[in-house]
Design a protein around this ligand. Sequence first.
Ligand SMILES: Nc1ncnc2c1ncn2[C@@H]1O[C@H](COP(=O)(O)OP(=O)(O)OP(=O)(O)O)[C@@H](O)[C@H]1O
Ligand SMILES: [Mg+2]
Length: 412
Amino acid sequence: MTNKIQIMVVDDNQSTRENIRKLLELESDMDVAYEAASGEEALRKARISPPDIILMDINMPGMDGIAATEAISTEVEQSQIIVVSVQGEQEYLRRAMAAGAKDYLVKPFDGNELLECIRHIYAREQKRREKIVRVAPAKVSMGKIVTVFSTKGGVGKTTVATNLGAALGLDGKTKVGIIDLDLHFGDVALFLNIVPNTTIADLVQDIDHLDGSVLDNYMTRYKDNIRVLAAPFRPEQADSVNLNHLTTIIKEMQYNYDYIIIDTSPTFSEMMLSVLDMSDMLVVITSQDLPTLKNVRLCLEILESLNYSEDKVKVILNRAKSLGGLNVRDAEELLQRKLLTLMPSDGKTVVSAVNQGMPFIVSNPKSQIAQSLFELANFILSSRGDVKRESEPEANSNNGITAFGWMGYRAF
Ligand SMILES: Nc1ncnc2c1ncn2[C@@H]1O[C@H](COP(=O)(O)OP(=O)(O)OP(=O)(O)O)[C@@H](O)[C@H]1O
Ligand SMILES: [Mg+2]
């Protein structure tokens, strides 16, 4: 039979492996494809020939079951891991689930419990894959991920992310999902005057069932076509979100939204690096003061060392021409980059918009600062060929958009 569930048993104890093998091989739908006595061996074998299910012991010499689970679930998507451990290791179990395990069993367990668990996880994964196969070809293109980033706090990331999201979705049709990835102190909901009932911390509890409608249940409506996945209510809940969760969420969002705007916190954490990696475009924000410029330059150097192209990384200047700042040319020289957009300093418009709980592109669309945001939105639309305007500007609008110059954005 070819459609048997292929299983790898990982345990440093040979007799445990043999007992499990004997039990599983009595089942006509299961096949113990191979065994491994350590985390390293499991990883090596899974990379070469991924089984459907891996039964993973936790305590093993060398690479333990948690480290192996993390490595395999990141690298070998096809294999689903069920962690097996002795009683009294609840903390390990929690860590194993956070590392990407799909389920766990506590020893001693009943044979039927094991068989049922394997069949359940296998069937769920098959269903998930069928869904992906069904959904994927129906979509012409996946949602584009735009991450708003800076290594400095308070430079305007949330201001840009919320206004950009609102601008991209202002036609009432373009579907925009905003993820608040400032997991500790996110305030996207506040900027948009919406009150979430659920946040990303709730969504990760349901991650194994994630599909478009489940995702929808956890997003907060700003407009019908613009929705927000809010940051956790409390900073201590931030730790419940791991990289695997985030990758799954972002991928699902790509099936359901045209644009995914990600607001961030100013850190280069491992999670953030992965998000930057997944992004189609990074909007890096700087201001004109020397410490921020130095900081942003360092940030750009790191992004360059990650081989991100200049097309992917775009720098915008916020609070342009604010008093005491360096001039734009100096800023560009220091950063060795052309600035894509200049957003003026406009406390009156920005603060009154926040106080009204409205993006300024809505409350004051004619202001220069709103125009600069439309310009950014237009650049993003045009770089995907979705540009919407009455009259076409000169060809090659991807390059050389200068600030405050072009007021011809008419889509909205
Ligand atoms: N161009 C601007 N003119 C005037 N005020 C601005 C401008 N841009 C942002 N602000 C204000 O600066 C403050 C910080 O902006 P914002 O919260 O968007 O920054 P942030 O980078 O998201 O900060 P954090 O790192 O804390 O998340 C806010 O009070 C915002 O209203
Ligand atoms: Mg912010």
